[in-house]
Design a binder for this molecule. Structure first.
Ligand code: AMP
Length: 280
């Protein structure tokens, strides 16, 4: 695996590879890699002649400074996992490579409704930061295919919208959420849970399963409230339990029995904020 730190160097390398007919798959990450990330690498390796992974803890997408400061960094182990998975190129940029004009001058993306709900509501500015970094990374890497995880359901929609707005020529591939044996969605943030919290964390997944099992046509308020109460009893601070149209994330309170739905949860255990979702 070749490691690049400079934008000019990776761009030149990849441009040459494209000229000679290579297809490029790209997996942007913030590091602290786990098998969920590696499943995206595997998809990219299977579908392209060259796989590029980036590790960049993007400061502009953290609305909470403490969350940014505590974000886990496990670079040596990440490199080892990427090499074993057959990743060809790792991009490890400094902040100045991604934001040469500083982080305050970023352009605004017209995300509309998508930015006003769920993560957009609870993490103001988060999706503008996500768009800024992914837009810039796409400009540098110019991949044929971009691999994203369903784990961040709203983020997939936001990036799709950003790609529409910018006209970037990349195809978006969404991979299913990889889970631990008990059902907890793998996440870099899980590393920050102690043993007791780790055991409790599975109740987010249990709540999603509960919703999937119990959902019926008509009013969904009581079902959502039961899930909130269940999580609160286990010590979670719940930001939201929501049910939305799976195609556009319009929040649904009254189900017609036909619309394809997704349930989404964000909740904090001690200082660690976890999100998960499930198609119903
Ligand atoms: P992150 O490093 O958290 O920014 O995640 C990088 C990419 O990996 C994003 O597209 C995530 O949606 C995806 N991802 C994170 N966790 C999982 C998981 N458990 N299964 C599949 N993909 C994941």
């Amino acid at each position: 695996m070749i490691v690049f730190k400079l934008t000019a160097e990776i761009s030149e390398f990849l441009a040459k590879k494209k000229e000679t007919g290579s297809t490029i798959g790209f997996v942007p990450t913030m590091g602290a890699l786990h098998p969920g990330h590696i499943s995206l690498i595997n998809s990219s390796v299977a579908g392209n002649s060259l796989t590029v992974c980036s590790i960049f803890v993007n400061p502009t997408q953290f609305n909470d400074k403490k969350d940014f400061e505590h974000y886990p960094i496990t670079l040596e182990q990440d490199i080892d996992m990427l090499e074993k998975a057959g990743c060809d190129v790792l991009f490890l940029p400094a902040v100045s490579e991604i934001y040469p004009n500083g982080t305050d001058t970023a352009k605004q993306y017209e995300l509309g409704y998508l930015e006003t709900i769920l993560e957009g509501k609870y993490r103001p500015g988060h999706f503008q930061g996500v768009c800024a970094v992914v837009d810039r990374l796409l400009e540098i890497v110019q991949p044929h295919r971009l691999y994203l995880g369903q784990k961040d359901y709203q983020q997939c929609m936001v990036i799709r919208k950003m790609v529409e707005l910018t006209g970037a020529a990349t195809q978006i591939e969404i991979a299913p959420t990889l889970r631990a044996d008990d059902g907890l969605a793998l996440s870099s943030r899980n590393m920050r849970l102690n043993a007791e919290e780790r055991a409790l964390a599975v109740n987010i997944y249990e709540s999603l399963c509960f919703i999937k099992r119990e959902i019926n046509t008509g009013n969904l308020q009581v079902l959502k409230l039961r899930a909130v109460n269940f999580l609160t009893e286990y010590g979670f601070k719940v930001d939201y339990v929501e049910i939305a149209d799976a195609t556009d994330l319009r929040l649904i309170d009254q189900w017609d029995g036909h619309t394809k739905l997704v349930a989404l949860i964000a909740a904090t255990l001690d200082q660690v904020r976890l999100i998960d979702n499930m198609l119903l």
